[in-house]
Design a protein around this ligand. Structure first.
Ligand SMILES: Cc1ncc(COP(=O)(O)O)c(C=O)c1O
Length: 389
């Protein structure tokens, strides 16, 4: 089976993990956790990085760090892996679902329109807070998701959110290696522009720690609190006094060792993935009715996953039949995620003009995109696509 995305182990992974085992540092303390955090700050340019057990826990903690609590609201795109939506729920808050644009990131213009028309900002104890006119609840944060490695355009949104005192959390789980190449945030890594950014090192990401995540921030106070909360909020390590409710969310040394070795190979993986994208683009754009999704002009993408755009919306049956055909031929292709505003637990939540989500769902297909994918495998995949489209 040609998998959608597999880990590529090609560098110091064995050596670093063996070193953990040889030295006996296998759990949540050890040099690799610190080293991994340090190398991530160097690579991304974030001032601070705090390692977590996964990207979801990084998001959960980040929302808590910006003050999201019971009955608060958080704006999030409907089309994304469910993790940021659940992270809102874990903090007893509610999502407001926003549309996605043609690059699969949150529709910035609609978000701005929503904030201008559907919210009002008042002063409470001299601090601005933004209220949702419909529910009367406090909108504390906005999660942007740099989906498939595509950066969200934040230039305008960041100013508006600042005046409305809404914290921007960047879900950069899929976008390690993606940098802005023009505009106000030129050369900045995704996840370092908002108040907090979150990375994931899940097995299906461009680099993996066998599971893992990272909180990025330029704010020392937030970084310290993140470390405190992810390590059980221990105030006295000898008497075990805990003045807050923390979590056991610290990454293990073995995972960090794997992550560090993978990080060393990241530039090489991105180089390979750019070539994979170009090969797909050349071949798939020649198949009638298909086109490979473009990356935005303002960022240097990591090309995590390649997406096909099908020019007409297929029936569910027809769509699944095509996926099954590919599967039967040893190709793992996958639709986009079921939109979150339709999920059982979220279908009563507020939505705003979700026109594009409805359009892209069932007319997009994710293709195998591992760094080690060969041109021969790509040829085979494109031949099979040609047979069914
Ligand atoms: C967009 C997005 N956000 C968050 C996550 C959560 O990361 P993790 O699986 O490490 O919890 C993932 C992927 O797994 C993701 O794709």
């Amino acid at each position: 089976m040609i998998k959608l995305h597999e880990p590529f182990i090609s560098g110091n992974e064995w050596k670093y993990i063996k070193n953990c085992l040889d030295e006996g540092w296998v759990s949540s303390a050890g040099k690799y956790v610190d080293l991994f955090e340090k190398k991530i700050t160097k690579y991304t340019g974030a001032k601070h990085a705090v390692a977590c057990i996964n990207g979801t826990s990084a998001l959960q903690i980040s929302l808590r760090l910006v003050g999201v609590g019971t009955n608060d609201e958080v704006i999030v795109p409907s089309m994304t892996f469910i993790s940021p939506v659940n992270a809102i729920n874990y903090n007893n808050a509610k999502p407001i679902f926003m549309d996605n644009d043609d690059y699969y990131t949150i529709d910035v213009n609609k978000t701005i329109e929503f904030l201008n028309k559907k919210t009002r900002t008042i002063l409470r104890k001299k601090i601005p807070i933004t209220i949702n006119k419909k529910t009367g609840n406090h909108i504390v944060a906005l999660i942007v998701v740099h989906l498939f490695g595509n950066a969200t355009k934040l230039d305008k949104l960041i100013d508006l959110c600042r005046t409305k005192n809404i914290s921007i959390i960047e879900d950069a789980a899929e976008s390690i290696g993606t940098f802005y190449k023009s505009g106000r945030f030129r050369n900045k890594h995704t996840g370092t522009v908002g108040k907090i950014g979150c990375l994931s090192f899940n097995g299906n990401k461009i680099i993996t720690a066998g599971g893992g995540g990272m909180i990025l921030t330029n704010n020392l106070k937030i970084a310290k609190k993140a470390k405190y909360l992810t390590t059980q909020a221990k105030d006295d390590p000898i008497s075990y006094v805990h003045n807050d409710i923390g979590y056991n969310f610290r990454l293990s040394n073995i995972q960090a060792a794997l992550g560090l070795a993978q990080l060393e190979s990241l530039p090489e993986y991105i180089r390979k993935k750019k070539i994979i994208h170009e090969i797909y683009r050349n071949k798939i754009d020649k198949i009638k009715g298909l086109r490979i999704s473009r990356t935005s002009h303002f960022s240097k993408c990591n090309y995590w996953l390649n997406i096909i755009e099908i020019d007409k919306k297929l029936s569910k049956k027809d769509f699944l039949k095509k996926i099954q055909y590919l599967y039967n031929n040893g190709i793992e292709a996958r639709p986009l995620w079921y939109p979150n505003h339709l999920q059982k637990k979220y279908k009563k939540c507020q939505t705003y003009k979700l026109h594009n989500v409805k359009k892209i769902y069932q007319s997009r297909l994710c293709l195998p995109s591992s760094s080690q994918l060969t041109p021969k495998q790509q040829d085979f995949i494109c031949q099979k696509l040609n047979n069914i489209f």
